[in-house]
Structures are given as C-alpha cells and as structure tokens.
Design a protein around this ligand. Structure first.
Ligand code: SAM
Length: 284
C-alpha cells in the first residue's frame, strides 16, 4: 500500500496533508514530492552536514552487492521470525535507516506472496539511498528524514525495523503503537571475519550490544543467522567493502591488500532481535 499519509511536519510537528505533488502543514510548510515519489522531510536546520548519511558511491555499492542476493537469507530470517500474531491486521511498518530499500522491498514481496496486506514506509537520512529506494519499490513510501526526529505522529507504526542502522530508541518507542514491535539486526562476532583479518593488523574483540536490555522494550526472541558465501571478483569485493564502515576505518595498507583479491570465502553472522514496546511507556 503506497501512502504518504499520516506524517508530521518536521518543523512544527503539525499533521501534513497531501495533494498530488506535495505535503503541507497548516502553517504553510510545504514539501514537494520528488519525481520518483519520495518526500524530503529533513529540513536544512536538522542537517549536520551538507550531504548526510551514506553517499552516492556507498549506496550504489550496497545496491549492487545486495542485488546479488548474498544477504537474502537475512530477509527470509526476518520474515520467518516475524511474530505471527502481529501480521494479521495490516501491519504498518517503518524501516528506520532503510538504505536503498533492499530489505523492505524483499519483505514486501514475501508479504505479497502470503497475501499479507501491509503498509511499508522506509526512511533514511541519505537522499541518495532514498532516491534509489523509491526507484526500486513503488509499493512502499519513502522519506528522507532522521531517526533522531522522526516526522511522524505518536503510535503511527506497529513495527519499526532497524537493520545495521542507527537506533534512537526513544523515537522508536514514540512512533510505535502500544505493544508495537522493534526489530534490531546487527553484525555478530564472526561477521565478515575473513575480510576483517585482511583489513586490520588485529581484529577488535566483539562487544555484545544491549546486553542489559533496552529501556522501554522487552526482548521477545533472538536468532542468529550464520552461513558462508563466496565473492568471485574484485568488483564484488569492493562493493562489499565500500558499503561497510570498514571503508573508512581500515588503514591504507589493509585496503590495498583487499584490492589484490580476486575471490574470497566469507562468513555471514547476523543477529536478529525482536523486542516489544512495554505498555506504560509514555510517548514523549
Ligand atoms: C549500514 S547502512 C544500512 C542500510 C540498510 N538498513 C541496509 O541494511 O541495507 C546505514 C544507513 O543508515 C543511514 N543513516 C545514518 N544516520 C541516520 C539517521 N540519523 N537517521 C536515518 N538514517 C540514518 C545511512 O544513510 C545508511 O543508509
């Protein structure tokens, strides 16, 4: 279901109403729809840089890599672990930090196959990512915006997905309905370990995240997806490298060593955790 309805003005939080080509609040703040159908709800005063989030190169690399299906197992794991009782009533889903839209698009395909009516909105701070997402999937809505200040009213969604992203739990709790779901997907200890061993003189010890839980959320279940996959060209290896934080963190020598590779066998180690918003948690 494509909708850019029930969103809030990023300047004064007033409801936005839609006409054919724009969203407008009662105070006259107007946001034009881009040609590909997304809307930019990140006002210049909320930007910390001129071109926030992933740049065009990173977005293109991620799209090329993901389109090869190497992480499709993660899509299937999300779908199969989605709490069943939450799928019955046309779930409204926000992908917060959606990147170029691969996961929301593929989830939408699986929902469609199963006849699960849903509303999907992807939001990312990168205009490059959202432009790509809005081209790849016309059945979802796409927004340029920030997790730090979501341009949406309280209790707007039944689920928030945050995949390899930048969670802002207070905002996620605010936009989630009572008992709404939060999915966190993160790298596990062995994720891309073979690549990291080439990039770094010594690999950092893995520190588990949210070991003490997340305020306002209860953990429902945790699942780890571990599997091997192989890349068989320097181009694919570069695509993977460029879409990860390692492209900025690794040394010159490490990146040069990776440039010499023509193939690599890799481990994917991905942790999925589903949480439920605890009742009694106030919307702010
Ligand atoms: C590692 S990528 C993951 C993208 C996507 N979830 C995926 O797994 O393919 C992180 C994404 O978070 C976006 N991002 C960074 N800061 C953000 C913020 N404050 N709000 C929303 N998105 C943000 C980046 O532009 C980038 O697309």
């Amino acid at each position: 279901m494509l909708t850019l309805e029930n969103l809030s003005c990023p300047i004064d939080s007033e409801p936005l109403s839609r006409d054919a080509a724009s969203l407008k609040c009662k105070n006259g703040h107007t946001f034009d729809l881009a040609k590909t159908g997304y809307v930019n709800l990140l006002p210049v005063q909320n930007k910390r840089s001129k071109d926030p989030g992933d740049n065009k190169l990173m977005v293109n690399a991620r799209q090329s890599f993901l389109n090869q299906g190497y992480y499709y197992s993660v899509v299937e794991a999300i779908f199969s672990s989605y709490p069943e009782d939450a799928l019955g009533d046309s779930p409204r889903i926000l992908d917060a930090g959606c990147g170029e839209g691969y996961y929301l698009d593929k989830l939408g395909e699986l929902f469609q196959i199963q006849g699960i009516v849903n509303e999907r909105i992807g939001l990312d701070i990168s205009k490059w990512a959202v432009t790509a997402a809005s081209k790849r999937d016309k059945t979802a809505s796409w927004i340029v915006g920030s997790n730090a200040s979501l341009p949406m009213p309280n209790e707007r969604f039944d689920a928030v997905l945050c995949l390899f992203g930048f969670p802002v739990f207070k905002e996620f709790a605010r936009v989630l309905s009572a008992n709404g779901l939060l999915l966190l997907v993160e790298s596990g200890a062995e994720h891309l370990i073979e690549l990291r061993r080439i990039l770094y003189p010594s690999v950092h010890e893995y520190k588990p995240t949210y070991a003490d839980g997340i305020e306002g959320f209860e953990l429902l279940c945790e699942q780890v997806e571990t599997y091997q996959f192989s890349l068989a060209s320097q181009q694919e290896i570069q695509n993977l490298l460029v879409m990860t934080p390692h492209i900025h963190k690794a040394s010159f020598e490490g990146r040069e060593a990776v440039k010499q590779l023509t193939s690599i066998d890799l481990t994917a180690d991905v942790k999925l955790r589903w949480y439920r918003k605890m009742t009694g948690v106030e919307s702010v």
